[in-house]
Design a protein around this ligand. Sequence first.
Ligand SMILES: Nc1ncnc2c1ncn2[C@@H]1O[C@H](COP(=O)(O)OP(=O)(O)OP(=O)(O)O)[C@@H](O)[C@H]1O
Ligand SMILES: [Mg+2]
Ligand SMILES: [Zn+2]
Length: 480
Amino acid sequence: MTYENFARKYRPKTFKEVVGQEAVVKTLSNAIKLNRLSHAYIFAGSRGLGKTTIARIITKCLNCEKGITDSPCGKCENCLEIEKGSFPDMYEIDAASNRGIDDIRALRDNVTYAPIKGRYKVYIIDEAHMLTREAFNALLKTLEEPPPHNLFILATTELHRIPDTIRSRCQTFIFRPPSKSQITQYLKRILEAEKIPYEEEALSLIAEASEGGVRDAASLLDQAVIYGGGEVRKQSTEEMLGIVPEEIIKEFLFYIREKNLKEAVKVIEKLDREGFDLTVFWNQILDRIHNALLNLTLEEGSAEPFGKEDIELLIYTGDIFKKALIESRNFHDKKDIFQLAVLKLRFMKNLVPLKEILEKGITVKQPQETSQTKEEKTPEVFDIQKAILKIGREAGGIIAGALKKSGIKEENDRFVITVDRNLADILKDKIDIISKHFPKPVTIEEIEIKQEKKKPKKRDESVDKVLELFQGKIISYEEE
Ligand SMILES: Nc1ncnc2c1ncn2[C@@H]1O[C@H](COP(=O)(O)OP(=O)(O)OP(=O)(O)O)[C@@H](O)[C@H]1O
Ligand SMILES: [Mg+2]
Ligand SMILES: [Zn+2]
């Protein structure tokens, strides 16, 4: 006995059984009821969404012995033959292998004959975009003067490859992937009919993995039943799909939130060692980040382990992780790329909201201190003006004055203070005290400022920061 897979066994026999495609189903069944069916349709959409299935249902609607109806009986000879694919007035033409003009000419001759057994002849041209230009032209003639009692259905996964001349003579339906919950329901229906035990969570994993393809969902379910030894459990389904278990995803996200990058990197290491597909893992993570952002910004639901205060972190992380995913497509060693992406998060502290930069000049966010006594040494937000005040208190007003006359610029790993040669020595003398009040190492660079000349215009540090942020350059200056 050959095993009939779920997709075939549960192929919808009526409009009611079709998953999703509500608009298509409604329009077609109304058209049949009102006797306003067009003579040519294009069914466009990705694989396994029900294009061929619906074309066959229409054939039954038109040829059921019960009469033209939007709910064919499914029992009469015509209905049964259509389901089997042996009805003489239903022509299923695979344009991928019959793409030439001769094939279409044969079809053109055929349309002039009356139906053999039913009321309508239905031509289902699959992969219609594969037809040659000549074949399309020949088909066009037929579509222009359609003999009665013929219906054409052009199915395609690539609508843009169907010439406009053809499109303008057909009614087009776009088939869209059903929602995840519709697919979950569909899978549940199959398992209940088959009396196969299952866990709901396993079904939503399959629905997720099928990316909206109904046929894909059904075949994944076939596999899951076999893999699970006659049951569809969450754990065995995860294993089969190569999905990383929820606990590990949660752990990884927790480390990201805590900026415990060392541990996050270790999670990747471990998954790689255990043979997980890191791309699958990375997609799971990106999905979670994306959903967390949506939930937090639209104020819907929770986004464990993230809270509102993590929005910036999520945007930044999502961006870096997405770039890593794209980059990883060209590299064999995904692990390195993903680990590097995690390490890049270390530089997140340099990310200061633009508004803040414009209002306050450079400020660098420090990790929140819990102890109040540390306030002096490591303020929460680095503010140069405040730092200079403190240095002044400790090292004297001259130092503070010299700093105010200097240029202070933040670089990746340090601060550079550019100062007039005359003042350099007094600053260098107090470098220890100065350094203490900066969050990064400080270097002092001497420049020559001619006293008699106008002081060179010192650019506001915030300008540098903005330039860096947008990778821009200055095109013009306006004097104050
Ligand atoms: N909307 C749907 N509702 C229920 N089952 C569906 C649906 N779409 C597809 N299926 C299942 O997937 C199988 C394949 O569907 P069908 O042949 O209609 O897809 P298609 O859109 O024509 O795909 P292709 O582009 O690969 O030809 C069907 O046998 C059916 O079991
Ligand atoms: Mg098909
Ligand atoms: Zn019938």
